[in-house]
Write a protein that binds this ligand. Structure first.
Ligand SMILES: *Cc1c(COP(=O)(O)O)cnc(C)c1O
Length: 395
């Protein structure tokens, strides 16, 4: 049995998305900017996709910019608000300590340019409150950018409340909704969101395509200069197959959200319940306000990387926040931000589910994970020290 439980990293494409893309490789191959009939067919498809994405978010089609993915949309949104702020001598930004690197690294770049960023603390409930945002707003705040839902630990932030506060204070509000789109209800008007980023491959769409919603009138800066595509805000011939695949995937996800997500959440809850029985473990993330598909744990006395490799050998594809990415041995900034100490953060496991997972797969995970954790502890010097009292348990 092979179980794919890494849907926060990427998802399998839906048949609907594949079918929606196929015509645009060979039959409707025109450039939407061409005036002839082949181009105009492509233009019609592009317009239809834009209208469909806009419907799913509760905005107007002209407020949607297609991008190469979530990262690009995050970069463009944040840099735009920063530049607009600077024109009005406002160079303070509010964000959180557990944002995705697409946001964090953009903010760090701005800090090097002289912007000041307040990173809201996420230790309490592994989340922020709207009140924290309210308290952090200053006269020179030019942007609040907080994620809709966290990709590692699943916490869902109080977006509508934050939107209302930002509106009242007159501060632009961006939310990176890459993990939320297609999984949680979004309505940018009701939630007072000025900018929102999403990425197709997190909701069974294709990789390399995303969208940025920008409230009408908000001044965007370009990351890519060139032709007049996307109302002059994002140059380059549109990725029409990708855009059509994304629109179909998002529409499908939104139409079936109310039947799919409760089923996914029930599988999540079985996993959380079962894995909580493992001694010296702790759930990461907000227990109440949580993505339907996210399960994240720390297990004391083991290495997340070894856990992943052994799980893979048992057919389970998961992820760990402790990945020694880019040669660094630092554990995930998200786990550190919620207050996990290094040793504990290194023993982390993220299982992220989608509606394609089955109850049988959950049974398999619930059988394998406790066995593998026990085995790894049995050969761990750290665990021996914990057992003999040479080291104190943290969890
Ligand atoms: C996947 C992901 C991104 C990056 O999206 P891409 O389309 O891969 O660039 C950004 N933020 C979060 C929360 C993500 O999960």
């Amino acid at each position: 049995m092979r179980v794919y439980a890494d849907n926060a990293a990427t998802t399998a494409m839906s048949q609907k998305a594949v079918d929606a893309m196929t015509p645009y490789f060979r039959n409707i191959y025109g450039n939407p900017s061409s005036l002839h009939s082949v181009g105009q067919e492509a233009k019609e498809a592009l317009d239809a996709a834009r209208a469909s994405v806009a419907r799913c978010l509760g905005c107007e089609p002209r407020e949607i910019i297609f991008t190469s993915g979530g990262s690009e949309a995050d970069n463009q949104a944040i840099l735009s608000a920063a530049r607009y702020g600077a024109r009005k001598k406002k160079k303070h930004i509010i964000s959180t300590a557990f944002e995705h690197h697409a946001v964090l690294h953009t903010l760090q770049k701005l800090e090097r340019e002289g912007y000041e960023v307040t990173y809201l603390d996420v230790k309490k409930n592994h989340n922020i409150t709207a009140q924290q945002v309210r308290d952090a707003i200053r006269p020179d705040t030019c942007l609040v950018t907080v994620m809709y839902a966290n990709n590692e630990i699943g916490s869902v932030l109080p977006i509508a409340e934050i939107g209302a506060i930002c509106k009242e204070a007159g501060v632009p509000f961006h939310t990176e909704a890459v993990q939320a789109a297609g999984h949680l209800h979004i309505n940018v008007k009701e939630q007072n969101i000025d900018m929102l980023s999403l990425s197709a491959h997190k909701f069974h769409g294709p990789k390399g395509v995303g969208a940025l919603y920008v409230r009408r009138g908000f001044p965007l800066v370009n990351l890519i200069e060139g032709g007049a595509q996307e109302r002059g805000k994002r140059a380059g011939t549109e990725n029409l197959p990708g855009i059509c695949g994304m629109a179909a995937a998002l529409q499908d996800a939104c139409e079936h959200m109310d039947e799919n997500m409760p089923r996914v959440a029930a599988m999540r809850d079985r996993l959380i319940e079962g894995l909580s029985q493992i001694p010296h473990s702790a759930l990461n993330g907000d227990r109440e306000n949580r993505l339907p598909g996210n399960v994240s744990f720390c297990f004391e006395g083991i290495e997340g990387e070894s856990l992943l490799l052994l799980l893979d050998a048992h057919g389970i594809c998961a992820s760990s926040g402790s990945a020694c990415t880019s040669g660094s041995l630092d554990p995930s900034h998200v786990l550190l931000a919620i207050g996990r100490v290094h040793d504990v953060a290194h023993g982390s496991l993220r299982l992220s589910l989608s509606e394609y997972n089955t109850e049988e797969e959950i049974d398999h995970i619930l059988t394998v994970v406790p066995q593998v954790v026990s085995y790894l502890r049995s050969i761990s010097p750290v665990w021996r020290d914990l057992q003999t009292g040479k080291r104190q348990y943290i969890l």
